[in-house]
Design a protein around this ligand. Structure first.
Ligand code: CAA
Ligand code: NAD
Length: 293
């Protein structure tokens, strides 16, 4: 199975990173966005990231050579030649279903569909398409250009050939694939999400301040980021959507959204991407804990 052309849907935090690593690995990549402004923002991030890698000498080609393999579009028809589609739009079943129905209308018969969902059942997403055996999960981690892991998720309908092609594709992106079945949150979020939600509950119960809980987990456990820094980094909106899907799946309290998370999302505090979450990023180099939490 030859993969040359990659279609990425969504150019936000994850889609922009996925497009970048695919172009860096030599694939021709077309990225679809809902609006030109989001595409421009995503491409600015890619350019910044490639410039850092060029400065450090960790990429062998010039950024402009890699960028020449990347094309942005707001028209789904431009993705028709893709051999694999990687969808990274909002964590919402109706939105993703709409997208897959539209993609089925333009995609080649043998193209592979992959979702970067964090928590939604891959089988549920696959169900609206005409290609159950060619549908998989490819779950990348944030920030995609730096994080080595990709969870490759198979459903009971995924063909062996497609699953192995997806594992080989992830390897070509210089990622380390792990194989997993279609259970909400797969491996990482099954373990990570309750930990992040417990940090919020610990704060709500007065166990420690936001900064102290972050420092405790960084300095006490060697984690690269404390839980609140990581929640802001992932996006509180995305975390909130994930809790709904995982709670619905398992009906366990450890996956339920703490009230503070809900309030922050309702107030539009999505973390780094909106400039405010558990921390205020007015000066991005020196975040301070947000007031009134
Ligand atoms: N592209 C290129 N270089 C980048 C970059 C990017 N996107 N982001 C950061 N860098 C560079 C920085 O410029 C910096 O370079 P220098 O050393 O030359 O200064 C270097 O990487 C390290 O960055 P920082 O100094 O800013 O910060 P750091 O040492 O803390 O490393 C990090 C950053 C790799 C993100 C690290 O903090 C980390 O691993 N954090 C945890 C991330 C994590 O847990 N991700 C998973 C989230 S969950 C998920 O993704 C699944 C889901 O479904 C929600
Ligand atoms: P994001 O909000 O940063 O980006 C989503 C992008 O999709 C936005 O730019 C939006 O304009 C675009 N979009 C929405 N509807 C669209 C449509 N119909 N057509 C084209 N583009 C559309 O979100 P994100 O953090 O990149 O998350 C995307 C997906 O990746 C979600 O399923 C999320 O659960 C998953 N994920 C997120 C993380 C993380 O740490 N943020 C990690 C792994 C997986």
């Amino acid at each position: 199975m030859q993969i040359k052309n990659v279609g990425v849907i969504g150019c936000g935090l994850m889609g922009s990173g996925i497009a970048q690593v695919a172009a860096t690995a030599g694939f021709h990549v077309t990225v679809l966005e809902a609006e030109q402004a989001f595409l421009d923002k995503g491409f600015r991030g890619i350019e910044r990231s490639l410039a850092k890698f060029a400065e450090k000498g960790t990429i062998t080609e010039k950024p402009e050579t890699i960028l020449a393999r990347l094309k942005g579009t707001t028209s789904i028809d431009d993705l028709a030649g893709s051999d694999i589609f990687i969808e990274a739009i909002v964590e919402n079943v109706p939105e993703k279903h709409k997208m897959y129905i539209a993609l089925d209308g333009v995609a080649k018969k043998d193209a592979i569909f992959a979702t970067n969902t964090s928590s939604i059942s891959v089988t549920e997403l696959m169900a609206v398409t005409r290609r159950p055996e060619r549908f998989i999960g490819l779950h990348f981690f944030n920030p995609v250009p730096l994080m080595k892991l990709v969870e490759v998720v198979r459903t009971i309908a995924t063909s062996e050939e497609v699953f192995e092609a997806a594992v080989a594709f992830a390897t070509k992106l210089e990622k380390v694939p792990v194989r997993t079945t279609d259970s909400s949150g797969f491996i990482v979020n099954r373990l990570l999400v309750p930990y992040l939600l417990d940090a919020i509950r610990a704060y709500e119960e007065g166990v420690g301040s936001i900064e102290d809980i972050d420092n405790a987990m960084k300095l006490g456990c060697g984690y690269p980021m404390g839980p609140f820094t990581l929640l802001d980094f992932v996006g509180l909106d995305t975390c909130y959507y994930i809790t709904h899907v995982m709670f619905e799946e398992f009906k366990e309290k450890r996956f339920a959204a703490p009230p503070l998370l809900k309030r922050m999302v309702m107030a539009g505090w999505y973390g780094r991407k909106t400039g405010k979450g558990f921390y205020d990023y007015a000066d991005p180099a020196k975040p301070v804990v947000s007031k009134n939490l």
